[in-house]
Design a protein around this ligand. Structure first.
Ligand code: ADP
Ligand code: ZN
Length: 724
């Protein structure tokens, strides 16, 4: 064993992925520093790694393998490496698996692909034709173009251009195959901000370059939050830095890109799983080189190698979609705050319905609080009325109550648009036998199969299992006894088509059949006024601007309130508030009708009264009394497996191994809310601690004392958002 801690000739190298490490490698003559992206031998393979620091000396130097090569890209910035280290400790994942989030684009590491374009050369062609002359006349501008571009601009054929190339009259130049991201122009087309907006924008701008700060930008939908944080982004551009805007959902990026382009003259770099991989490579590289100046993307955009990031905006900060629930389980909003702290720059969390956490942080002075209380221009907040479904019953087999039906009728008569909101895909959430009461369940999960009429299938929304709808009851065999129970958006669409056969209707849901593209189309047609009644799931709740939409009807406001999820109420409030905010965003005043069975509930009352802060204050009180986040901390452990006996045995072992500590309690094992998922049985432990308790150390110690057998999968979710 070597005793030196810092081996001058070796480095420790972290490998992206599940492997432990870092491992020591000899430098092999390379000049290396932390963050350098290198290739190293591992067993018989060559793999990608990142220099993590000096060698530890834990392996004798004579036995070290050497680094085989260094990729010609800028190193990962030191703060990104620090973030990987920090985050791995926080979310209890291996450092390699967190590092993998930063290296999502293998191609980006190769030298950039080149292509050849042509400009005027020194030679005159031996034979001149009018066509050739046209090309050469155009070439007098000295610019280089591809053969196709030459042909297009001069009106000659590609063959003519090629002839000139052969004759040496046009000569080739090698350029990178991908163009650089153009730099957005801060002064392209700003709007004249209202005094309140100006105040907020100025404060955001003032925070730039002043170190780390977190600002909660709280403003109703349509108040101009985007307009104001664009001012701060513009200022970052003027000063030569990079900015990142995180959005919760890919479906939102499209409209956002256009809006960004209108403001800054070109599109920002876009980063999410729907962007094609060559484009992602280009973006990764240009971010690393500092030439991509603004990135708009989903949570993984946080892990790009920005050398000069100076501002992060997390829009719709309350949104659950910032939580990654698979693989490395992390909350991109929270990690973005950490990234900003490490990079010593400001971060802005924007929302019309801030998460309770952020709201409490702002109340307690940990976050700066900036508010935009009013809608921009003449638009006012819609009036919200509750429809008591116990009194105003829809006709049998239907779901729209008389007041809601009347309101839609009224909107139609004025040629205004309506949105009927129901957060449930498909036709019916459940099929029940009219004779024996049997319900059709997923064979792999604890959930009912959802009926999809368009596809004539019953589908599991958790695992994707599907089957045809049976003619007779699978249990008692009675023919034609299976009845659809409850509504999904397709069923509401059916009712609407029946009530208003003349109306132009569309469904917007993230459904398998319709896909993101068609949903996008529906949203665009809605924005352009080509739809009278849009029936949608939560996909329509966010971000979109429909100027002629004056009525929002919430078919089932109670949906989402049942179940044991401590955040269910907060989330329901946010969703109802957001969807209500879709109404009346332009000159025409909006109206919202919420159908509910519990109009006296304080949540419904708060929505109707438009009193968000009262609702949050009461929720915060409840959480404080119970010691729930943000007044305490949670970590969930989910054990799953296919061998129930083994699973239960391990759960008992784990329960017995739980450490005892003041300030921490362990609940469980209990069946998870989804007690079966994708064919696996699931058990859950919940660790609850006081606010300043080191919950990671507690869980790590616990798991070290009772590691899972190989047939049991264990995942740890620190600060869980969802409780399935
Ligand atoms: P939020 O992000 O709070 O929902 P937006 O920034 O999207 O609000 O603004 C809502 C709408 O009002 C957008 O169409 C936006 O262009 C417009 N708007 C906001 N502020 C102004 C302004 N000062 N001048 C012109 N239009 C504005
Ligand atoms: Zn299933």
């Amino acid at each position: 064993m070597n005793d030196a801690v810092h081996q001058p000739d070796s480095v420790s190298v972290l490998l992206p992925g599940g492997a432990p490490g870092p491992f020591d490698y000899a430098k092999g003559g390379h000049d290396l520093k932390r963050g350098d992206i290198i290739q190293v031998p591992l067993g018989r393979r060559e793999v990608l790694g990142v220099v993590w620091g000096p060698g530890t000396g834990e392996v004798g130097h004579n036995r070290l393998k050497a680094v085989s090569g260094v990729f010609p890209v800028p190193p990962l910035p030191p703060v990104l490496c620090d973030l990987v280290d920090w985050m791995a400790g926080y979310v209890l994942a291996s450092r390699g698996s967190v590092l993998a989030l930063c290296l999502r684009s293998g191609e980006a590491l190769e030298p950039p692909k080149m292509r050849t374009i042509y400009r005027r050369g020194p030679l005159e062609p031996a034979r001149m034709t009018p066509q050739r002359q046209r090309v050469l006349d155009t070439a007098a501008d000295g610019l280089a173009r591809s053969p196709a571009e030459w042909a297009e601009i001069s009106g000659a054929s590609v063959a003519t251009v090629k002839g000139l190339i052969e004759a040496g009259a046009l000569v080739g130049v090698e350029v990178p195959a991908f163009a650089s991201h153009p730099c957005p122009d801060a002064d392209h087309a700003g709007v004249a901000l209202s005094p309140a907006q100006r105040g907020v924008a100025d404060e955001l701008i003032a925070s730039l370059g002043e170190g780390f700060s977190t600002t909660l930008l709280d403003g109703v939908t349509g108040s101009g939050k985007t307009e104001t944080y664009f001012e701060a982004v513009g200022e970052v551009l003027r000063r030569g830095g990079q900015a990142l805007i995180l959005l919760p959902e890919i479906a939102l990026t499209h409209q956002f890109m256009e809006r960004f382009e209108a403001r800054f003259g070109c599109r920002p770099a876009e980063w999410h799983s729907d962007v094609k991989s060559s484009e992602r490579s280009r973006t990764w590289r240009q971010v690393a080189e500092g030439t991509a100046r603004v990135v708009v993307g989903a949570r993984s955009a946080l892990f790009l190698p920005y050398p000069d990031l100076r501002l992060i905006v997390v829009d719709e900060e309350h949104d659950n979609a910032f939580k990654q629930e698979e693989g490395v389980i992390y909350n991109a909003r929270d990690m973005a705050v950490v990234r900003a702290r490490m990079g010593e720059f400001p971060i802005v969390l924007a929302s019309a319905t801030p998460s309770l956490e952020s709201w409490v942080n702002a109340r307690q002075g940990r976050y700066r609080y900036l508010a935009l209380p009013a809608r921009f221009g003449v638009a006012v907040m819609p009036r919200v009325d509750l429809v008591d479904l116990r009194k105003e019953r829809p006709p049998s087999g239907r779901f729209l109550s008389p007041p809601l039906e009347e309101a839609v009728e009224h909107a139609l008569s004025r040629q205004e648009q309506s949105l009927l909101f129901l957060n449930r895909r498909g036709y019916a959430p459940l099929n029940i036998c009219q004779t024996c009461g049997h319900r059709i369940e997923c064979p792999n999960c604890s959930s009912w199969l959802v009926e999809h009429r368009f596809r004539l299938k019953l589908v599991c929304h958790h695992c994707g299992y599907e089957r045809p709808k049976p003619q007779s009851c699978p249990q008692c065999g009675t023919p034609n006894a299976m009845a659809s129970s409850g509504p999904g958006v397709e069923r509401i669409a059916e009712e609407v088509a029946h009530l208003w056969p003349e109306a132009r209707i569309a469904i917007a849901s993230s459904d398998v059949l319709h896909g993101p593209k068609q949903t996008q189309d529906a949203l665009e047609r809605m924005a352009e006024g080509e739809i009278d009644i849009l029936i949608g799931t939560q996909i329509v709740a966010k971000g979109h601007n429909f100027p002629n939409l004056t009525l929002v009807g919430v078919v089932d406001a109670d949906l989402g309130l049942s179940g044991g999820d401590p955040r269910a109420r907060e989330r329901t409030f946010q969703l109802l508030h957001q969807v209500s905010g879709r109404a009346g965003r332009a000159e025409k005043p909006g109206r919202v009708l919420l159908q509910t069975h519990q109009p006296e509930d304080r949540l419904m009352q708060a929505i109707a009264a438009g009193d968000r802060d009262k609702f949050l204050a009461l929720e915060a009180e409840d959480r404080e009394r119970l010691g729930f986040p943000p007044y305490g901390r949670f970590a969930a452990l989910i054990l799953s497996g296919t061998d129930d006996a083994l699973l239960e045995e391990y759960a008992r072992t784990l329960a017995a191994a739980a450490p005892h500590a003041e300030g921490a309690s362990v609940w469980g094992p209990a069946p998870a809310l989804m007690a079966r998922l994708r064919g696996r049985t699931r058990l859950r432990f919940l660790v609850k601690t006081t606010r300043n308790f080191r919950i990671q150390a507690f869980v790590a110690e616990w798991l070290a004392a009772a590691p899972p057998p190989s047939k049991v999968r264990l995942s740890v979710d620190v600060d869980p958002q969802s409780f399935i």
